[in-house]
Design a protein around this ligand. Structure first.
Ligand SMILES: *[C@@H]1O[C@H](CO)[C@@H](O)[C@H](O)[C@H]1NC(C)=O
Ligand SMILES: *[C@@H]1O[C@H](CO)[C@@H](O)[C@H](O)[C@H]1NC(C)=O
Ligand SMILES: *[C@@H]1O[C@H](CO)[C@@H](O)[C@H](O)[C@H]1NC(C)=O
Ligand SMILES: *[C@@H]1O[C@H](CO)[C@@H](O)[C@H](O)[C@H]1NC(C)=O
Ligand SMILES: *[C@@H]1O[C@H](CO)[C@@H](O)[C@H](O)[C@H]1NC(C)=O
Length: 302
């Protein structure tokens, strides 16, 4: 009996190896179209950005730099992350039939700590993009591939969080979905692509900068957050509040505008990990419609 089961499992395993879904012909040769194409094209851009990020990290910092900064052994993971991003980028780029030239990538990173801290945010956004994107993909192999990539991104994120002394799990129970426009907009300040690349067909939301007024993570509900925005790009009316996205929650908090382009808000309960903040006048349930995202940023809560 036992032998039969083992043989059956072995047979299944070898047939799985022979035809992994994500390498199926249907998926590999440019049959992706419409919204599926737009979502995977965004995902390809995000993977390319992540690859560039870890590549620059490898160019910029030695293992001795990581050790001196208190992250002994990190460079080995950096190499692993680079290899993982090559794999993610390649599978998406092949599915979309190529046609992608590297963009220019610039990051505000000068120290190992900044590399890990921003990497933690980049992986949170990458994962949120896939979780949001999977919901809208109609093509089954694309959904499966999205799921297999997001699990990998989540483990990168946890490892970075552990090195940084943050809560290993990011959000407590569920990871946070982002709409395509939200994910694109959070990444957009860091890349500039040649016009020959297929355009990213989502809405660009201007950045807002948010930070706790005092203290270090873990922060508590009620802690004050200063929010800043560029008044040339964003005009926030009196009806605008801050919506905190974290776990499965989307929680409203008042924004007190204290001057041109600056205001304060307070961390609501239930928001943990790295939370995305949206300035909006949307009061409904579910994802914030593109046109009602007036500014987007993040805070590291715990
Ligand atoms: C794109 O950049 C990556 C490094 O980020 C490099 O490995 C790859 O070869 C580049 N591809 C092209 C087409 O230049
Ligand atoms: C790497 O160093 C270059 C040159 O100082 C800098 O422009 C870039 O942002 C750094 N990137 C990362 C990810 O460390
Ligand atoms: C994705 O689906 C959500 C509903 O789950 C919807 O609000 C959103 O507009 C969709 N995005 C696109 C680009 O169609
Ligand atoms: C946000 O606050 C933390 C803790 O005080 C600090 O380490 C970090 O540099 C601040 N970030 C920005 C962008 O001001
Ligand atoms: C975040 O999660 C940690 C660990 O589960 C918990 O101690 C803390 O109270 C949470 N913070 C908030 C703001 O909910």
């Amino acid at each position: 009996m036992k032998t039969t089961i083992l043989l059956t499992i072995a047979a299944l395993a070898s047939s799985a190896v022979a035809t992994p879904v994500l390498l199926s012909k249907r998926w590999s040769y440019g049959h992706i179209a419409g919204l599926d194409y737009s979502i995977l094209n965004l995902a390809r851009n995000l993977e390319s950005l992540e690859l560039a990020y870890w590549n620059q990290g490898l160019d910029n910092f030695t293992e001795a730099d990581f050790e001196a900064a208190g992250y002994p052994g990190f460079r080995t993971y950096l190499e692993l992350f680079r290899d993982q991003e090559i794999a993610h980028f390649t599978v998406l780029n092949d599915a979309l039939g190529g046609g992608f030239t590297n963009c220019t990538y610039t990051f505000p990173v000068t120290t190992p700590e900044m590399l890990l801290a921003m990497g933690q945010v980049v992986t949170t956004v990458g994962e949120g993009a896939f979780i949001g994107g999977v919901a809208n993909l109609t093509d089954s192999p694309s959904r499966q591939t999205g799921g297999s990539i997001l699990g990998n991104e989540a483990r990168q994120n946890s490892l970075l969080r552990q090195f940084l002394g943050l809560n290993f799990f990011n959000a407590v129970n569920f990871d946070t979905p982002l709409t395509a426009s939200q994910a694109y907009s959070l990444a957009a300040p860091f890349f500039d692509c040649p016009s020959s690349n297929p355009p990213i067909e989502f809405h660009l939301i201007p950045p807002i900068l948010a930070n706790f007024t005092a203290g270090t993570p873990p922060h508590n509900a009620g802690d004050e957050i200063t929010v800043k925005w560029d008044t040339k790009k964003v005009n926030l009316g009196d009806d605008v509040h801050i919506q905190f996205l974290g776990d499965v929650y989307s929680i409203k908090a008042p924004l007190t505008q204290t001057g041109p382009g600056v205001g304060t808000t307070n961390l609501p309960e239930y928001i943990n990990g790295t939370s995305i903040l949206v300035a909006t006048n949307f009061n409904g349930k579910g994802p914030i419609p593109d046109g009602q995202n007036f500014g987007i940023g993040y805070v590291v809560v715990a």
